[in-house]
Design a protein around this ligand. Structure first.
Ligand SMILES: Nc1nc2c(ncn2[C@@H]2O[C@H](COP(=O)(O)OP(=O)(O)OP(=O)(O)O)[C@@H](O)[C@H]2O)c(=O)[nH]1
Ligand SMILES: [Mg+2]
Length: 309
């Protein structure tokens, strides 16, 4: 991840001996001001290339500038190490600002706990629901899934395949039916049978499509979920921030799952979401199998973003 940043850091190491861009400064002194600015500029560009939103990149580089400015070039001073340390600390602090333990948050005495999943098309909502249903079941919970995507051809079938594989009840109506009614039925079904959780799947929709956004609001009104989870595709980069904000405005999101982390070479979306949307990231999707859903860990993510630079 952060491929562009890693490349820049690699180039810096080469230029530390002064070949390409001039030396960083004399031993015992501080880093030359022009050199410091050049480094900060380069790294800020690299962060932006890695899908880090502008204000977030500015914060990180601002902290780096302050840290480097105070450093004396002692014997054995390793600029790249200093930069890495500073970047990792900034990234970790951003990622740690708003965390939430999913299981302790969603565990409630009143059953069922209803959780609705929203997001634009193809981000991985249905897959996340299947993964989560599998996890909850493994933890001894009972789960009902609502096939609330009555819009896309094949969506109900897709969920039923998961339901069969996991031996979990999927409540569905016919294709084209009223999604809110499906969600309502699933909640009633779960209530009557004292099930622990209802996971409501919804159709993917662009945040700009007001009809579909209204339909989503209706599902929320009718099913009255305890939590709304925004599922974002990490490959969408900064677009995801806008999506999350729009969905939050429309239905109020409580938490975020970031998917396709395994395919994302840039990695900035986690930072951008954590800093600008203000909702905790609870899980990362790291593949297509049921087990590929890991609780979000700021340390792990900071390490993955910055190390091996
Ligand atoms: N590599 C990878 N692929 C994923 C991940 N999560 C989901 N996918 C894949 O992304 C594609 C879309 O996933 P879905 O779960 O159908 O997405 P959706 O948001 O329900 O899509 P719509 O209902 O059409 O809006 C599928 O091919 C999934 O296997 C992930 O974490 N990593
Ligand atoms: Mg789906």
């Amino acid at each position: 991840m952060f491929t562009a940043l890693k490349k820049k850091l690699g180039l810096l190491r080469k230029s530390e001996d002064g070949e390409a861009t001039g030396p960083i400064g004399e031993q015992g002194k501080r880093i030359r001001e022009e050199k410091l600015e050049e480094i900060c500029w380069d790294l800020e560009m690299a962060l932006l290339e890695s899908d880090v939103a502008e204000p977030v990149a500015e914060t990180i580089i601002g902290e780096l500038r302050e840290n480097l400015r105070g450093k004396k070039i002692a014997k054995g001073f390793d600029l790249e190490d200093e930069i890495e340390k500073s970047l990792r600390a900034s990234v970790k602090s951003i990622l740690s600002a708003n965390t939430m333990d999913f299981y302790s948050t969603v565990t409630a005495p009143e059953k069922p706990v209803v959780i609705m999943f929203v997001g634009i098309n193809g981000t991985g909502k249905t897959t996340v629901i299947a993964k989560l249903a599998s996890m909850l079941k493994e933890r001894g919970n009972t789960v009902v899934i609502a096939a609330g995507d009555t819009f896309r051809a094949g969506a109900i079938e897709q969920l039923k395949i998961h339901g069969d594989a996991l031996d979990i009840r999927v409540v569905s109506h016919e294709h084209g039916g009223d999604a809110a009614a499906v969600a309502f039925d699933a909640v009633e079904h779960a209530r009557a049978r004292h099930r622990d959780f209802v996971l409501i799947d919804t159709a993917g929709r662009m945040q700009t499509n007001s009809n579909l956004m209204d339909e989503m609001k209706k599902i929320r009104r009718v099913a009255d979920p305890r939590f709304v989870v925004f599922v974002g595709d990490s490959l969408a980069g900064n677009d995801m921030v806008e999506q999350a904000k729009s969905f939050d405005q429309a239905v109020g999101i409580d938490m975020v799952v970031l998917t396709k982390i395994d395919a994302d070479a840039k990695g900035g979306s986690a930072l951008s979401i954590a800093k600008t949307v203000g909702k905790p990231i609870v899980f990362l999707g790291t593949g297509q199998k049921y087990g590929d859903l890991v609780p979000f860990d700021p340390d792990w993510m900071a390490q993955r973003l910055i190390s091996a630079a």
